[in-house]
Write a protein that binds this ligand. Structure first.
Ligand code: 5AD
Ligand code: SF4
Length: 462
C-alpha cells in the first residue's frame, strides 16, 4: 500500500510550533510518515500566524504556491490551520482565491484533525470547521516532538489581556490553564525520554493557574517542575510585566534550573501610549519591576518586545521608548512596526491617526541601531567568562563550528573538533568573542554527564 506522507509548514510563535507537534503526533497515529518535500507529500498542513500582516502575507504566499502542487497532483490534501483560520476574513479570502485548499480548521479544534481528514476525503467542497471558542482543555493528545533534548509544554492557552493592538485574544480565546498534575506528569515523562531543556508555554504564562481550583501560580508550578530529575533547564514564555510577581522573581533567584533569561515585553516607553495599548502598567512601574529583577537576579539576561508606530505615537512618545531602552539596557529586543489587525480597537485608530509609513520605518531603524549597540556591549561584557552551553548543531556556515545556546538564550559559536560528538550535550565554554547577535568561545571543560540523549530525525518544515 502507498505510504501516506505529510508536511506541516509552521509560521509564528512557539505555541504554533507546539500545535504542529500535536498535529504530527495525530498523523503518526494514523499511519502517515513525515516528509520535507511538497513533491512527495499527500497532506500539507499550513499552520498560520496572524500576529502581523507580514506573517499573514508569508502564509498566503505559501498557500498560493500550493496551487501548482494541487494542479500537478489533485489527490494531495491541503489544510489551513492556526491563528489566521480564526479570522472570518481569511475563510472568505480562501473560499474566493484558494480553491486548492481542502480543509480549514482553527486553534481550538486541532484534536479533530483525523475526523476532518476523513470528511475531506468524502467531499468535493472545502471543509471549514473553525470553533469560535475553546472547549475543555484536551489532555493526552499524541505528539511528535522535535529532535534533540529541548521540549515545549503547554501550561495555559489563550489570553484575557486584550492589548488594543493584538489579535491573540480573538484567535486563541480566553485563558484556560492546564491542571498542575498532568503538566508535572508530562515533564516527568519527558525527563525519562532524555529531554533536559523544557520550556513551558502560554500567551501569558504569568497568569497561569488563576482559573484553577484551588488557584495556582507559575512560581508554584516551576517549583514542582524543578524537582524533576534529569531536567536541567526550565524556561517559560511568554511573559506579561503586569503579572510578573515578586514571588516568581524570588523563585527564579533561588533556582539553579529556571532560566535567568527574563523576557519582559514593554511595547512602548510612553505612558499615554501604554495606556492606549491597554498594557495596564506605566513606564515607572515597569522600571520598578526591572530594578527588582536586576537586584534579585544580577546575572539575568533581559529581553523585550517593542512596537513602533502605534496609532498617534508622536516623536516625543517614541523618544521615551528610546530613553527606556537606554535605561534598561536589554540584552536584545524584538522590534516591530505596528500592524493593524482586524477587530482590534487600535485598527480603528490607525484609520484616523496613523503614523506615516516612512516615519514608522525611520523609528524602527533608530531603535534597532540603539539596541544593537547595547546588545554588542552586553555581549562583550561576557568575554572571559565561562558559560554552560547546550550544543544544538553544527553551524550552517562551517563544519568546524558548533552552534549552541546559553541558559540565558544567547547563541554561542564554539570551535569544533569533528572527531568529538557533542550534539545535544551541555558543555562549559570560555567566551572569547562577542558580536551583536552571538558569542564565540572554546570548550573549557568536560560535557556534563547526562542521560542517554534521544535523537530522532523529524522532518518538520519551518
Ligand atoms: N503589530 C505589531 N506588532 C505586534 N505584536 C503583537 N501584535 C502586533 C501588531 N498588531 C508584537 C508584540 C508582541 C509580539 C509577539 O508581537 O510586540 O509582544
Ligand atoms: Fe502568531 Fe499570536 Fe497565533 Fe502565535 S498566537 S501564531 S504569535 S497570532
Amino acid at each position: 500500500m502507498h505510504q501516506l506522507r505529510y508536511l506541516i509548514k509552521t509560521y509564528g510563535c512557539q505555541m504554533n510550533e507546539r500545535d504542529s507537534e500535536i498535529m504530527a503526533g495525530q498523523l503518526d497515529q494514523l499511519g502517515y510518515q513525515a516528509t520535507f518535500s511538497e513533491a512527495d507529500a499527500d497532506l500539507i498542513v499550513v499552520n498560520t500566524c496572524a500576529v502581523r500582516k507580514s506573517a499573514e502575507d508569508h502564509a498566503l504566499g505559501y498557500i498560493g504556491q500550493l496551487r501548482q502542487v494541487k494542479m500537478e497532483r489533485p489527490e494531495v490534501t491541503i489544510a489551513v490551520a492556526g491563528c489566521m483560520a480564526q479570522e472570518p476574513g481569511t475563510i472568505a479570502w480562501l473560499t474566493k482565491h484558494a480553491p486548492q485548499v481542502d480543509v480549514v480548521f482553527g486553534t481550538h479544534n486541532l484534536h479533530q484533525l483525523p475526523e476532518l481528514l476523513e470528511r475531506a476525503e468524502h467531499s468535493d467542497e472545502m471543509i471549514v470547521d473553525v470553533w469560535q471558542s475553546a472547549g475543555e482543555v484536551v489532555e493526552h493528545l499524541p505528539s511528535r516532538r522535535k529532535d534533540g533534548v529541548r521540549a515545549f509544554v503547554n501550561i495555559i492557552y489563550g489570553c484575557d489581556k486584550f492589548c488594543t493592538y493584538c489579535i491573540v485574544p480573538f484567535t486563541r480565546g480566553k485563558e484556560r490553564s492546564r491542571e498542575m498534575q498532568p503538566i508535572i506528569a508530562e515533564v516527568q515523562a519527558l525527563a525519562r525520554q532524555g529531554f533536559q531543556d523544557v520550556t513551558v508555554l502560554g500567551q501569558n504564562v504569568n497568569s497561569y493557574g488563576h482559573d484553577l481550583d484551588p488557584a495556582r501560580d507559575l512560581a508554584d508550578l516551576l517549583r514542582e517542575l524543578e524537582k524533576i530529575d534529569g531536567i536541567r533547564w526550565l524556561r517559560y514564555t511568554t511573559s506579561h510585566p503586569r503579572d510578573f510577581s515578586q514571588k516568581l522573581i524570588d523563585t527564579i533567584a533561588a533556582s539553579n534550573k529556571i532560566t535567568r533569561h527574563v523576557h519582559l515585553p514593554v511595547q512602548a516607553g510612553s505612558n499615554p501610549i501604554l495606556k492606549r495599548m491597554n498594557r495596564k502598567y506605566t513606564k515607572e512601574s515597569y522600571l520598578d519591576l526591572i530594578a527588582r529583577v536586576k537586584s534579585r537576579i544580577p546575572d539575568a539576561s533581559l529581553t523585550t518586545d517593542i512596537i513602533v508606530g502605534f496609532p498617534g505615537e508622536s516623536e516625543a512618545d517614541f523618544e521615551q521608548t528610546l530613553e527606556l531602552v537606554r535605561t534598561v539596557r536589554y540584552d536584545a529586543a524584538f522590534t516591530f512596526i505596528y500592524s493593524a489587525r482586524e477587530k482590534t480597537p487600535a485598527a480603528r485608530w490607525e484609520g484616523r491617526d496613523p503614523v506615516p509609513p516612512q516615519v514608522k520605518k525611520d523609528r524602527l531603524n533608530r531603535l534597532m541601531e540603539l539596541q544593537y549597540k547595547i546588545s554588542l556591549e552586553a555581549n562583550q561584557a561576557l568575554i572571559g567568562r565561562q558559560q554552560l552551553v547546550l550544543v544544538e548543531g553544527v553551524s550552517k556556515k562551517s563544519a568546524r563550528i558548533w552552534a549552541g545556546r546559553t541558559q540565558s538564550n544567547k547563541v554561542v559559536l564554539i570551535d569544533r573538533d569533528p572527531a568529538v560528538d557533542l550534539l545535544d550535550r551541555f558543555v562549559p565554554v570560555r567566551i572569547t568573542g562577542a558580536k551583536t547577535f552571538y558569542l564565540s568561545g572554546h570548550i573549557s571543560g568536560r560535557p556534563l554527564e547526562g542521560p542517554e540523549v534521544r535523537r530522532i530525525a523529524l522532518p518538520m518544515a519551518n
